[in-house]
Design a protein around this ligand. Structure first.
Ligand code: GRF
Length: 223
């Protein structure tokens, strides 16, 4: 089985990165974590990735004149490692439409809210201030607009009366660690396809049989 060569892009502690690395240790997982890349050379997640035996690199955005120069360097590193797929995991830089276009349909992000509610920052404090009873996390494909794009997986958690932004964040984060590997598995195994703004189940082999033209001999059909 060829596994999808995946890079995880981080800016911080990398707990979602840990969850993805752990899932990909299973040889039957359809993606391998071929690189952890950070825009911050001092990101704590980089040391954890190294300790886990994963290749790491840092491209410090601060030394570049502009966003696109920074992204060209990122792209060069990704090409050097023959990366086929990207998982953003707490990567705190916005991408230009150029970079998003290069990776369209091949880049996931995790957001700590039930999109399309609570795009942007401070999602947990905002959810508490609004008095919502359900909060959660979303894994979605990246499009040029921030925190938009076809949704692959979501997890909901209850908001409890005595929650603080921190306790709510911790409950959501535990679910992030479940749905991110699950979403990467679905996408990397080809189990889902993007249709417009939706992520739907890809045709199963059985359905594929039904669309084989009649002219093809039965022995050639997928069973
Ligand atoms: C997570 O809450 C994720 O949803 C958001 O950034 C945070 C990253 O946390 N995009 P970690 O670095 O994965 O621990």
């Amino acid at each position: 089985m060829t596994r999808l060569r995946t890079a995880i892009l981080i800016s911080g502690r990398g707990s979602n990165m840990d969850a993805l690395i752990a899932a990909a240790r299973d040889p039957s997982f359809p993606a391998e974590i071929a690189l952890v890349l950070s825009n911050r050379p001092d990101a704590p997640g980089l040391a954890k990735a190294k300790a886990a035996g994963v290749a790491t690199a840092a491209v410090d955005h601060k030394i570049y004149a502009g966003r696109e120069e920074f992204e060209r360097s990122l792209q060069l590193v990704l090409e050097t490692y023959r990366i086929e797929f990207i998982c953003l995991a707490g990567f705190l830089r916005m991408f230009t439409p150029w970079f998003v276009g290069l990776w369209r349909g091949r880049m996931l992000n995790i957001h700590p809210a039930l999109l399309p509610s609570y795009r942007g920052l401070d999602t947990h404090a905002r959810a508490l201030a609004d008095g919502v009873k359900i909060h959660g996390a979303t894994v979605h494909f990246v499009v040029p607009e921030m925190d938009e794009g076809p949704i692959v997986a979501q997890a909901a958690v209850p908001v409890l009366d005595d929650d603080t932004p921190q306790t709510l964040a911790a409950r959501v984060l535990a679910q992030e660690h479940v749905i991110y590997p699950m979403a990467l598995r679905l996408v990397a195994s080809g189990a889902v396809r993007i249709e417009g703004n939706r992520v739907l189940a890809a045709p199963t082999p059985r359905e594929a049989t039904l669309i084989v033209p009649d002219a093809i001999a039965p022995t050639q059909r997928i069973s």
